[in-house]
Structures are given as C-alpha cells and as structure tokens.
Design a protein around this ligand. Structure first.
Ligand code: GAL
Ligand code: CA
Length: 354
C-alpha cells in the first residue's frame, strides 16, 4: 500500500517536472517572439518595387536613420521586403514581418487604394503602421487610430515645377523656339491613380498659365515613373510631332531622363531639343541638372521623410517624444519640396564637387 503511494507520488513529481520544463521552454520561445517593450524596436519595412529609383534611394536613407537610432537602451533591428509591384505579395510580406516579431511597420503600399488587409492584420496584432510615399485614401486612414502617413504635398511639387519652367521661359532662355508666343509641350505622367501623378501635372500646368505663359499641349503619355517606358513614349511623341516639342514636363526625374534618352537615341540636333523638367532630385536627376541636360528639378526630401519616419517609429515604441512631432490633421507629416536648378544643385548633389 505504502509502496503504491510512493509510486504514485513519484509519478506525480515526474509529471510536475515535465510540466515545469515544458512551460519554461514555451516561455523562452515566447520571449524571443513577442515584442518586449520599450527597449526593443523591430521595424518591418515593406515597399512596392525595388526598380523605382526614388524609392530605392529612400529605403537606403530609411535604413540609415533607423541604424542611427540604436543606443544602449534601444536595440533596433530592421527587416526590409519589396513586393515587385504585387499587393498580394505585400500582404503576405506584412504577415511574415508581424510573425517575425516586428513591433512597428513602415509600409509603402503597392496599391494605395487597397490597404485593408494590411490594416486588419496590424490591428489584430496591435502593430502601428507608418505609411509613406504612397498615400492611402483618407477613409482608409480612419480605419484604425494607430495609422500614420509621412510624405510630401503633391500640389506643392507641381507648383514648383511650373514656377521653374515659367522662370526659364520668361528669362528668355530660347524655349519658344518657333517664336509663336506659345510653348508647345508634352507631359510624361506617373502611375494612374497615384497622388503624385495627376496632381503634379495639373498644378504645374496651372502655375504656368497663372504666370502668363501661353501653352499648347501636344501630347501626354503615361510612363509609370519608369525611365525605359518614358523613352518609348517620348520616341512616339517625337515621331508624331517632330521638332515641334519645346517643353517636356515629367512627373519625376526618371521619366525626364527617359525623354532625354529618346532624343539622344534619335540623334536629334541640339537646336531641336526641348527643355526638360523633373521632380525628385535623385542622384541621376541631380547629375543631369548639374550637367545642364535637365533644366531643373524639385527635391523630394527623402532624408527629411526618413528622419520623420524613424522619429515617429521610436516615439510609438518607447512612448516618449510624440509631443515633439508636428502632425497635420493629427496623423499626417508632410515635408516640403525644394527647387533645384543649375545654380544650387551643388548643395544637393554633393558627389559632383569631388
Ligand atoms: C513619387 C516619386 C516617384 C516614384 C513614386 C513612387 O513621389 O516622385 O519617382 O518614386 O513616388 O510611389
Ligand atoms: Ca512655340
């Protein structure tokens, strides 16, 4: 009888030891998996396409900004995923980032009108999202209170591009080549539905008109921010309008460069080459301004935007510093654009000095 009790007790003790070990292993596993709070920032960055010149430069900046946040008190890790232009791929990547333990997400949506799946996931796991560069529509930003946006005001970039073009035209830079008092122009547009495409075009053209420039629109082509596509569109436009094109307004630098490529490829004589205006101030764009191939560009402040994203992410994780961030409309941060011409390009394109 005694033996049986002792035997049963032994079995009970054995079970307890097994249970304790099991719990310990389980807790350790959870410890690795769950965000531990203020001292650990695990950032998940998801962006739409690595072939985009501006975006890939911005991601580099962002990485640098996050690395600079690391201190003895704050451990920072960054995981980056690019979606090759597919929203479904991005949805899966965001799930993977959350499963890997990310406690803040920076998302550059593929389809700015389709963020619901990502928002639902983030809300389920209580991981805040900082959207950037591709602005979700206002109703979607209202889906949850831990959603933020960092970017720039599209209208401002268009106005600046229009002012730069008007300035060059009115300074008598021979842009009106046929001297008919009008500027024959074409537009190269970014992705349809992107906040930086239609708005930039409209505000650039309206600004030129307001400044008293008479315009004649010859053509408009969509080239999805892409240099090779812009080259193709431009070749078609040149064959349609021959030497009549006097001005090319491009929604970004890469497309302005594609237009320049088209003229080079067709070996058009210097005197028949129009003036090109871009937006972004990418390294290649700034170089083209410095070399006098592109008349001017508008600087899309990737450094400023990245710094604000990193600051906001840190504030969301540590719970301090939120009061120092200047929001518009409560959860939006917009950085100003800046005009870049041949006379100030050196301030931006530092490599040119060496
Ligand atoms: C714009 C930028 C483009 C392209 C686009 C992608 O702000 O000017 O070059 O990068 O974002 O969303
Ligand atoms: Ca003319």
């Amino acid at each position: 009888m005694d033996d049986r009790i002792i035997g049963n007790n032994r079995i009970a003790w054995f079970e307890i030891v097994v249970m304790v070990c099991f719990c310990a292993v389980f807790l350790c596993a959870c410890g690795n998996y769950q965000p531990s709070g203020a001292d650990r920032m695990q950032v998940g960055v998801a962006y739409y396409d690595q072939s985009d010149t501006f975006l890939s430069q911005m991601i580099e900046c962002l990485k640098g900004q996050f690395e600079a946040l690391e201190t003895e008190e704050l451990e920072v890790t960054v995981m980056i995923r690019e979606a090759a232009g597919s929203q479904r791929v991005q949805d899966d990547q965001v799930k993977e980032l959350i499963d890997a333990g990310c406690n803040v997400l920076c998302v550059n949506l593929v389809d700015r009108a389709d963020p619901s799946e990502i928002i639902d996931l983030a809300r389920e796991y209580n991981v805040p999202i900082i959207f950037f560069n591709r602005e979700p529509v206002a109703e979607d930003m209202l889906q949850w209170e831990r959603l933020y946006y960092v970017g720039a005001d599209a209208e401002q970039s268009g106005i600046m591009q229009g002012e730069l073009a008007a300035g060059a035209i009115q300074a008598g830079r021979q842009i009106d080549r046929n001297k008919d008092g009008k500027i024959q122009y074409v537009v190269l547009e970014g992705e349809p539905g992107h906040q930086d495409a239609i708005i930039r075009t409209e505000s650039a053209v309206n600004t030129l008109k307001q400044k008293g420039v008479s315009l004649e629109k010859l053509s408009c082509g969509i080239a999805n921010w892409n240099r090779a596509q812009a080259q193709n569109r431009m070749m078609q436009m040149i064959s349609q309008h021959q030497n009549r094109i006097e001005l090319v307004l491009a929604n970004n630098d890469d497309m302005a460069l594609g237009a320049i490529d088209a003229y080079k490829k067709l070996n058009v004589t210097e005197s028949a080459i129009p003036a090109f205006f871009g937006i972004d101030g990418t390294d290649v764009g700034l170089k083209a301004v410095a070399d006098g191939l592109m008349s001017a560009t508008v600087y899309n402040d990737k450094e400023g935007q990245s710094a604000e994203i990193a600051k906001l992410a840190a504030a969301l994780i540590t719970g301090t510093g939120m009061e120092k961030i200047k929001f518009e409309n409560q959860r939006y941060i917009y950085l100003p654009y800046k005009k870049v011409t041949g006379s100030n390009v050196k301030e931006y394109h530092k490599e040119e000095e060496t």
